[in-house]
Design a protein around this ligand. Sequence first.
Ligand SMILES: Cc1ncc(COP(=O)(O)O)c(C=O)c1O
Length: 379
Amino acid sequence: MLHIPFNRPVVIGKEFDYMRQAIVSEHISGDGPFTKKCQTLLEDALGIAKVLLTTSCTHALEMAALLLGIQPGDEVIVPSFTFVSTVNAFVLRSAKPVFIDIHPNTLNMDEMQLERLITPRTRAIIPVHYAGVGCEMDAICEIATRHGIPIVEDNAHGLFGKYKGRYLGTFGTLATQSFHETKNFTCGEGGALLINDEQYIERAEIIREKGTNRAQFFRGQVDKYTWRDIGSSYLPSDILAAFLYAQLECRDRIQTTRQRIWEYYADHLHDWAETNGVCIPFVPSHCEQTYHMFYLLLPSLEERTALIAHLKSQGIHSVFHYLPLHLAPMGRRWGYREGDFPVTEDVSERLVRLPFYNELQEEEQERVCKALTEASRLW
Ligand SMILES: Cc1ncc(COP(=O)(O)O)c(C=O)c1O
């Protein structure tokens, strides 16, 4: 029986050619020609003032926390249903995470609960566009603007997704992307910081280059570079940027393929889901999603455990996703307890992600769907 992995990174275009070019042209450190090509491509495609490639989305989030000048005791409002880095980047600056629950349908931040969490110490609101489906940005932006609080969009899943016709990543003061192996576009490990408010560009370049104005030096704007600010090394090698550029060039092909895979699951599982008390992803009509993942919400933890085990016995690797951060040992340090965020706690026990990657074949999807039907007969 052939194994169907959960994820498989695939070469789709000129990845090897471009990596070779980077090596032959003897610029393999950061900020070389391929980094610039990726940044320009993303700036033009999304209409963003400045894009800076980073070593990961985690690091882009850390840069965001530094740029916003987060201080000990500052508060950031963030979903508990997210990857640890969304929160940790701010906790590293000694901020207090103020968790918020999610909508049961999109699994995105529940904007109805946002305003009552704002205090005089709130320094940032961090919406996460889960599965590349936009959060309710009209309401979130209105509240943030009224209180003068910057938004940092964690858009790790949402590159090229849209909310009401506008690209995700263009709403916040800052936004972050991931190019980790599991994402639609990858270079193994990588990310980007999207800067919509131009006042942050100069300092972002300095923070990303170990606290120096080296970027200005290379542009010939200063005759030597020096230590100007705090910072770290957040720029990826140009070999990785070369790999990523090849993927970004093929963005339409990648998105069309992923749409086909997503729609196969949706079409073939719709009836089965309805009869078996399972939910498939909900995408509001005003959101253009990115086809980043396909998940199911099972009736309960027991069914999910049985389903993952049955798929495994059929050689199919499926995975659950985020565990509530407020109930993690670290989250509990701020006094959070069971029952604080009921939707997050419920969903995280019932969610399972199906195999999803650019080269997933229809026969493999057929096998996954068949195994799901078998699993539900065992409930
Ligand atoms: C919502 C979210 N934010 C941030 C990250 C971190 O991304 P990276 O691995 O590029 O640091 C992830 C990882 O998958 C994620 O799901």
